[in-house]
Structures are given as C-alpha cells and as structure tokens.
Design a protein around this ligand. Structure first.
Ligand code: ZN
Length: 341
C-alpha cells in the first residue's frame, strides 16, 4: 500500500510503497478515506526539537482520519466489515492506576497513533485496536469525522467548566480555538471574545460564533471588547495560544473566582502574574487529550445536533499532493487541511 512515512530523522516526509499492516486478534483494518494534517504532524515534518525527543523513525504519520472497516481480527466483537469509523489516537494500557480509575487520557503507558509506538493513518490502510474504534453516526459527514481528534481537544477544553450564560475569553484562534468558539456558542455561553494576531483566523472564529474578535496586531484590546459588552471580567478562559502575553492578558481580565482551561503549551520560562491568580481566586486546569470516552459522546451529540465545523476546513488535497498541504500548513494561512485518497 501507499503510505506517508517519516523515514529519516531529518525534515521531510516520504510517500512510499510499504507492506500492508498485520491485523492482530483484536485489530480492525481500516481503509482510510480522508485524513487531516495536525499541528503535531507539522512538528514531525519539520523535525523540530520536540519531535527529536519524542519520535523514532521510521513510522507512518497521521492520526486524524475517517475510513471504512475492511477486515476484523478474530477477537473483534463490536465492529463489522463496512462500518464507517474513526479512532481515538491514544492507545492506553487499561491496567495502570489512572486507566483503572477511568482516566485513560492520563494513562502512564499510552501509545500515540502516527506519533510514537503505532503506525498512523497517512496511508491507504491502518490497523486500530477495537477498543479505540469510534463508530460514526450517519448524520455526521466524513469531513467532520476526520477531525474529531482535534475537535476532541477543543471539546475537552471548552467543556472543562460550565458555560451556560457565562462570558468566555478564548486566546488563540487556531483550529482548536475556532472550534472552541463554536462549542461555546452551542453550549449556551453568553459572550464569546476571541483574540489572535491573524485576521484570517479571527474571521473563522466569527463564523464559528464569536461575539467579538480582538486583533492585537490592529491595536484592538480585550478591555475594548469588555467595554463594548459592558462586562467587568470573564467567567471562563480557554487558553489556546501558548503565548505568554496572551496568557497574562487572560489572567488580567478574568472575573473574580473564574476558571481557566489551559491547552496552549506555554514556554517553561513564562513569567506569570501569580498575585492576580491568588487574590482573584482563579482556578487553572491543564488539559491533555480527550476524556475516554465522555468527550467522544459529547462531540457526537454536538455534531448530530447541528454544530457546523465547515468554516474551519479550508483546504483539500489528494494524498499524492501532500507536499502542497504541508507547505500551506507551514505558512499558517489556513484552517484545517484535509488529505483524501
Ligand atoms: Zn494506562
């Protein structure tokens, strides 16, 4: 089969003819129809410091995908040939302390499809253990099913705290931030303010349901948005940028007793205004992965209920043109980029 292989420990990605994956006792063989390029894929493509310390070539990349089951191992009970499926990309051990208490997203021994320990879905076929398979309801189009992995990060973050009637500040209008704006709207938030430095991304945030967008590069400020809305602070903060300035801007504009869900990866030397956090009694919760499987049930319900993710998908290419997709991702002037067979 054809696959996009991270063959060498250097920048790049290579389309190769590779053997079909072995289907284990509990595995489902999936014919991939669509996949999406994640920011993590871009890190591995560029072979940055993070990739060098986390990944071991050669391996097939890709963890955001949708496809059809074409073969099942003899131990598989709940998946049939022909089922339309996607998968949770973190394969957990099921036996560590956290797994056994229902917290698989913080498993001690997890493997990551297409990143480490398990070949990925930038290929004509991929195998996934039945435990990680997610069936797709017929109402959910392939385009949305292919991006349920990052939609899950957005959902896990956005729904970390109650939203109904709350004023929300989202810092960072990348893919996850723009999807989070849609989730906040769906979940009944009152006002949703989204900040970024990129107007194209903020336009997508508006389409997804942002009340006001704030473009710092145009001199717009969070105070200005608060004044317009007549509010004294935000009840919920979703930090999606990993930018120290955005983080501290958020800390400075939260209402007393407010909650922040932190998904952006801040540099370890970020200077933090601790006294605002302490004296305003803020709660900051770190977010990783997707809760298994509550996040997936929440995503399914929002998509069936009409949450439209189409504004975040901006480019589509055939797998053979993967280079174009990675070039556009590198420039950052895009939302989600899909690759199709
Ligand atoms: Zn575990």
């Amino acid at each position: 089969m054809k696959a996009l292989v991270k063959r060498y420990a250097e920048p790049g990605l290579w389309m190769e003819e590779v053997p079909m994956p072995q289907v284990g006792v509990n595995d489902v063989l999936i014919k991939v129809t669509k996949a999406a390029i994640c920011g993590t894929d871009l890190h591995m493509y560029k072979w940055d410091e993070w990739s060098q310390s986390h990944c071991t070539p050669p391996y097939i990349m890709g963890h955001e995908f949708v496809g059809v089951a074409v073969e099942v191992g003899p131990g598989v009970r709940g998946v049939k040939v022909g089922d339309r499926v996607t998968a949770e990309g973190h394969i957990v051990c099921g036996t560590c302390r956290n797994c056994r208490r229902g917290m698989g997203h913080v498993c001690e021994n997890s493997l990551s499809v297409g990143i480490f320990g398990k070949d990925g879905a930038f290929a004509e076929y991929v195998t996934i253990p039945e435990s990680n398979i997610v069936h797709i309801r017929p109402e959910i189009p392939d385009d949305f099913a292919a991006i349920m992995d990052p939609f899950g990060n957005a959902t896990h973050t956005a729904l970390a705290f109650p939203l109904l009637g709350e004023d929300v500040l989202i810092t960072g209008a990348g893919l996850i931030g723009t999807m989070a704006a849609g989730i906040c709207r769906y979940a009944g938030a009152k006002n949703i303010v989204v900040t970024d430095l990129n107007e194209q991304r903020l336009e997508i945030a508006k389409k997804m349901g942002a009340t006001i967008t704030v473009n710092g590069s145009k001199g717009e400020t969070v105070e200005g948005a608060m004044k317009q809305l007549g509010i004294r602070g935000f009840d919920v903060g979703l930090e999606m940028s990993g930018a120290p300035a955005a983080f501290n801007d958020m800390i400075a504009h939260m209402y007393k007793g407010a909650n922040i869900a932190q998904l952006g990866i801040l540099p370890s030397n970020t200077k933090v205004n601790w006294s605002d956090i302490i004296f305003n009694a803020l709660t900051i919760k770190g977010i990783t992965g997707r809760r298994m499987w509550e996040t997936w049930y929440q995503m399914e319900q929002m998509l069936v209920g009409g949450l439209d993710l189409s504004p975040v998908i901006t480019h589509r290419f055939h797998f053979d043109d993967f280079q174009k997709g990675f070039d556009i991702m590198s420039k950052g002037q895009c939302g989600k980029v899909l690759l199709e067979w």
